[in-house]
Design a protein around this ligand. Sequence first.
Ligand SMILES: [Zn+2]
Length: 410
Amino acid sequence: MVMLILRGHSVWLGGAAAVGRGGVAVDGGRILGVGEYSDLLGEFSGAAVVDLPDCVLLPGLVNGHTHLELSDLGGRVPFEGDFTEWVGRIVELRTELGDDIAGTIGAACEASLAGGVTTVGDISHENRARAELAKSGIRKVAFAELIGLREDVVGPLDYLAQCVWERSDDGLMRVGVSPHAPYSTNRKLYEAAAECDVLLTTHLAETVAEADFLRDGSGIWPAYLKRIGRWDGSFEPVGVSPIRYFLGMELSGRDFLLAHVNYADDEDLALLAGRGHSVAYCPRSADFFGHRNHRFREMLAMGINVCLGTDSLASNDSLSILDEMRFLRRRYPQLEAETILAMGTINGARALGWADEIGSLAVGKAADIVAVAVSDRGIGAEDVPADILDGDGQVKLTMVGGTVVYRGDG
Ligand SMILES: [Zn+2]
């Protein structure tokens, strides 16, 4: 690999740090230097230069929660107020459409890279996506989904053993396990997952229906679970909120990445704050389903690590975390740009257990870098974080581990 310097209009390193006329020197897949371009050129003379004079360079964006295998369902199933109806339609459509998993995952990875996403936390039913994900230049945690509420859930346990046994961590891929959610997956499966030495994620406190079901067995879930044969009555309502139920399982003290957490009361938040779990907030997907007033700002203030996810294209318009951050900026104009950018970068890296390698531009870290066009070359470095979110500049280049994996026009 040839040593090179990406030369941008500016560099946003993470936090409050931005450098005008900046660049990033890269060699062997790692960041050799970050700072003013003229200094880098002096230090690394002979490096090839990639000129991006109208772009800010920033750490690769992290999509903490997605289901890439549903990417061909984009816009096909509108939400009409009943989550079980919607899930049922998605499952039906999945069957009707047949299965081109290779084409779907390949296209979804390309779309992610074009949106500046360098790392995905992807959940796949029966782990079908993993082999296809491995072929892409994107960095990924491939989570195998575990699901089963019946007492006789032996199948998923065999499958779990196989998932972990077949683990194939390499430079760009790590494996994980995802017990689906407390309303679909029993404690036995959660405990088995927590015993595995892999990354862990689960859906939690996503809907009001989930809370109803766990509290007293009411709401729309039991009928749906019966209809699809996943209900044998062995699961007893637990009488508490999804978050209190989840935290009460203990699960060997393992940290999970909790997807959504759309519904949390004060006690839930206080309990979460004392633990090491992260939250993947999916702003546009939450909006699609009508979940309002996510408490991510309070979570951040309490020290809970909150990252961003797109969820799947079945409930979102794109797989771009840049789009997700811009949506959040419009929805919460008072929120500091740096906070939103952190959610899309370093917080995602932490949530996926990868913060030592990615999430900020620092010497020695992996060279996962995105170049986004600035709205005006005349702006100063201090205005760059806001410009990334308030402007509509597109991604011009995406680099993962020192390899250019996407080039935009111009
Ligand atoms: Zn999900």
